[in-house]
Structures are given as C-alpha cells and as structure tokens.
Design a protein around this ligand. Structure first.
Ligand code: BES
Ligand code: ZN
Ligand code: ZN
Length: 498
C-alpha cells in the first residue's frame, strides 16, 4: 500500500475517511467537505446512533451519487488533546482494518484534526494504517485476496509538506518491520543461510551499512566450532553476517551497542528430531535475526544518530550423515567447550559464537540478543511478552519504556546462579541442555550468559512467543510480527539519540 500526503486533491477516491471527535464534532476541513455536499455528512452522522466519535470507533456509509467519493468512513478520536503517538498510530491501524475491502483508493481528510499536534499526528496515523496493511502473498499465483488498499492518501492542507517529512522517519522504521516480516515469512527452501547472507548484503548496498559475511570455512578456521557444527548437516552451511551502521561519523570508533540475532533458517531438531506435527512453524526460527536486520535497516533508513552493529548467526539445523550429534563436544570461539546433550538446543550454540565474536571484534558496551530460543518461554509467558533477561535494572527499565511506546511488550525474567549450575557438564565446560525439567528458558539464558564478558551490559530476549501470531492484533496482521524492530528502534532513539 502506498501512502501519499497531499495538501489537497480533487481526484476520485473509493472512500473518504473523516475524523470525528467526542460528540460527533467534525473538523473545520470536514465541515467544508460537508458544506459542499449540502450537509449530507452531518445527516449521516446524526442517523448513526451507536457511533459517538469515541476513540477507536468507526462508522461507514455509502455516498450515493457523490462525484468524488463512493463512501465515507468516520472514525472517532475521543478527546483529541489527550492523544499520543501510539493513539494516532492505533487509530490509523483501526481505520485501515475498517476500510479494507471497501475500495482500492482511499483518502483521509486530516487537516487540523489534532489541533497544534496535527503534523506529527498525520504521520503517525498514516504509519499505523501502513503497519496493518502488510501482507505476504507473493507465492499465491491464482487466488490472491482482492481486498487490499493500493493508495492511502492523506489530505493535510497547509500541514501536508511538514507531515510528509515527519512521515518519512516513520516509514523508514516500518520498512524495517516489513523487511523482518518478509524474512520470517519466507519458506526455508528459499531462505537458507547462504541465500540469506546474500540477500542482506544486497539489501544494504543502497544504505550506509558496512556488511561483512563470514562463511563456514572461515568460521571453522577461526575456531567457531559451535555455529559450524549446527549447520554441518545442511547443503547450505552456516554464515555469520555483521552489519555496522555508523550515523555519528569519524568521531565514533566503536559501536555503542550490538544487536545479535538467532538465525536458524529451519529447525528440524537435527538428530534429536522434533515431532512432525507443527514442524513447519520452525521456518520462523530465524526471527531474532530478522529483527536485527530490520532494525539496522530502520536505523540506516532514517539516518539515526547512533553507531551500532548487528550480528546474525545463520544455520540450518537439519539431518544428514554429517550432522552433529548428542555427546559431541564442541569448542566454541570463546575457547569454552560444550557437551551436546540435545541437538535441538541449537540456538544457544549459534548465539554463543556470534556473541563472542561481536565482543571480540567490536567491544560494544551493551549487547541485546533476540532469539526464538525455547518452547519453555511460550509455556511461561504465552504469546504476549518476550521473556527479557538483563544484567542491569537500567537496561530492563529502558527496554520496558520502549515497549510501552510501541506495543511490543517485555517481561523481566531472572538470571540466577541456580540456573547457571544446571548447565555444568562432567566432561566439558558446560552442556547445552539444563539438567532440570523445569525453567528451560532460564537455563538457556544462563548458558548464553557464559559467553558475555564481565562488565558488558547485556539483555537476552526470548521471542519464541511473540515472533509469529495466529490472529490479527493492533498493528500486526496474523503471521510474522516483526517483533523487536519498533521496540529497539525506540530504545535506540530514547537512549542514544536524545
Ligand atoms: N527453536 C526452538 C524453540 C521453539 C520451540 C520456539 C517451539 C518456538 C516453538 C529451539 O531451538 C528448541 O528446539 N528448543 C528446545 C530446547 C530443548 C531441547 C532444551 C525446546 O524448547 O523444546
Ligand atoms: Zn531447536
Ligand atoms: Zn531453534
């Protein structure tokens, strides 16, 4: 869907979208449109009993015989003075849902609709609508759904050009969200570690991001025994991709923060094979990496004033005579050894080498990793929150604040030496599976913690429950959510840019 922001337009549209505040009050712009139609809109509003102009309400009516619009969709704002960024985004998303299926070209007349906040509010509204418009249907050759909106115009009057500039920032972030959703939606025969690395390299050619790809041979030589082992069985072996974005210029030598993602392009479980039912879901096991790619794309796209690095560990966990197996002892890039108890606990192995390499190479003060790491996390928190482990209260606090502003929720989980004890091995430095049946997400976090150097501020976000949703939510049509992009973009803006 294309968002266009004009000062005025005499083109014909399928639907006119009009804001209404509490008590069904039209804006000045709305009143002008109404007057030109001899009060038809006011009459429709008067007849709509249930529609009161409350925040989030919508009401649609045909406009018989109107020369410019086939129908009108009113949406409620409630008390406009009280609304914030998230409210306008939410409004936009709700309006998109209500207008979907009513026409290909729609226009929202928003001039002055949020009083002195109208410029930003228009951008936020348009962004909310676009977030909800996402679809992934490129593999449907016959029955593509025909209810999409092609053009979403915002008519902004004198504020249009400022609103259009403000919108560009939001659009860059949403481009990042869509990139993440696309990557997660791709099936595993299309997106494998090799094609994924190529795609990232190509994507950032146009943006100011330095991309480095380590292939399996190089990683093997460098001593990355864990990520290489996980991808060993696959025809498309492991890759690590580093994406450095420096929006601060020469004054900044090292990135302030690193974002690290699990990129298992398909997780069969390997020799410790998963049950067949539902295994197709495991194409999403690279959602952490997709969030990192989307985030870097968002930051570079909006030219954020920050220096960061993204690192993704890519591997396909599958079966062949070359597969790694339970009982194997792997030597990681950190030098620490790991006894493999279960080849399905592969994410932590991929992340171990990626985390170590990032610290070694870039020395960031702060690291945040994202991973669809454990089913146990879903058992604990369901599909609403990512389980977020942090070494400092401050980091959790900053993430929580960003979560509240983006509707990408976090919930704090514990790092405790009791979980750490559970990953000791009698024959190696550690094992890749906790000894207890319980608290699997926490022992996984404890395992990762062993690869974080003292003094590095670290967060681990287990996103197993939030990376893919089976039903629509405010900004997310069902499917890949793109969780993490908006959240971490907000975190970066709050923490490093203001
Ligand atoms: N990718 C899975 C985690 C997962 C499972 C996410 C189900 C979402 C839904 C991960 O690699 C895995 O298989 N974890 C195992 C760990 C176990 C072997 C310790 C799990 O959660 O069962
Ligand atoms: Zn697994
Ligand atoms: Zn996995």
């Amino acid at each position: 869907m294309q968002v266009q922001i004009f000062s005025s337009s005499s083109a014909a549209y399928d639907v006119l979208i009009l804001p209404v505040s509490s008590g069904k009050a039209l804006t000045n712009a709305g009143q002008e449109i109404d007057a030109a139609r001899k009060g038809v809109l006011t009459q429709i509003l008067e007849k709509a009993d249930k529609f009161k102009g409350d925040k989030g309400q919508t009401f649609y009516s045909d406009l018989n015989g109107d020369e410019q619009y086939k129908g009108v969709l009113f949406f409620g704002l409630g008390e406009v003075q009280k609304l914030k960024t998230l409210d306008f985004e939410t409004c936009g998303a709700k309006v998109f849902t209500a207008v979907k299926g009513k026409g290909k070209k729609v226009a929202a007349a928003l001039e002055g609709f949020a009083e002195d906040r109208s410029v930003a509010a228009m951008a936020e509204f348009a962004n909310g609508a676009r977030l909800k418009s996402y679809r992934f249907d490129q593999y449907k050759t016959k029955t593509k759904k025909d209810d999409g909106v092609d053009v979403f115009a915002v008519i902004g009057g004198k504020d249009a050009s400022l609103a259009s500039n403000a919108y560009k920032e939001f659009a860059a972030v949403t481009d990042g969200v869509f990139e993440a959703r696309d990557l997660v939606s791709e099936p595993a025969n299309i997106l494998n570690p090799v094609s994924y690395a190529k795609r990232v390299k190509a994507m950032f050619k146009k943006l100011d991001v330095k991309v480095k790809v380590l292939d399996d041979k190089k990683m093997e030589k460098m001593g990355m025994g864990a990520i290489v082992a996980v991808g060993k069985a696959s025809e498309t072996p492991s890759r690590m991709v580093l994406m450095e974005y420096n929006g601060l210029g020469k004054s900044s030598k090292t990135p302030e923060a690193a974002f690290v993602g699990k990129g298992v392009t398909f997780d069969t479980g390997g020799v410790s094979i998963k049950p067949g039912a539902g295994m197709e879901d495991m194409k999403f096991d690279m959602a952490g990496s997709a969030a990192v790619v989307g985030l870097i794309k968002a930051l570079a796209g909006r030219k954020a004033k920050v220096h960061v690095v993204g690192a993704i560990g890519l591997a396909e966990n599958t079966l062949s005579e070359r597969a790694y197996r339970p009982s194997d002892v792997l030597t990681t890039y950190s030098g620490q050894t790991v006894e493999v108890i279960n080849t399905d606990a592969e994410g932590r192995l991929v992340l171990a080498d990626t985390l170590s390499y990032v610290q070694d190479e870039y020395k960031p003060k702060t690291i945040i990793d994202l991973a669809t790491l454990t089913g146990a996390m879903m058992v604990a928190l369901g599909e609403q929150y990512s389980g977020t482990y942090t070494t400092t209260k401050k980091l959790y606090h900053d993430l929580e604040r960003a979560a509240e502003a983006t509707l990408e929720d976090v919930w704090r989980m514990p790092l405790h030496k009791a979980y750490d004890k559970q990953v000791n091995s009698p024959i190696a430095d550690m094992r890749n599976l906790g000894t207890s049946r319980y608290g699997g997400a926490c022992s996984a976090a404890a395992f990762l913690h062993r690869f974080i150097e003292d003094g590095t501020e670290w967060a681990h976000m287990d996103i197993a429950g939030v990376a893919w949703w089976k039903a629509d939510t405010t900004f997310v049509p069902k499917g890949a959510t793109g969780y993490g992009v908006r959240l971490l973009n907000q975190f970066v803006a709050d923490r490093y840019e203001s």
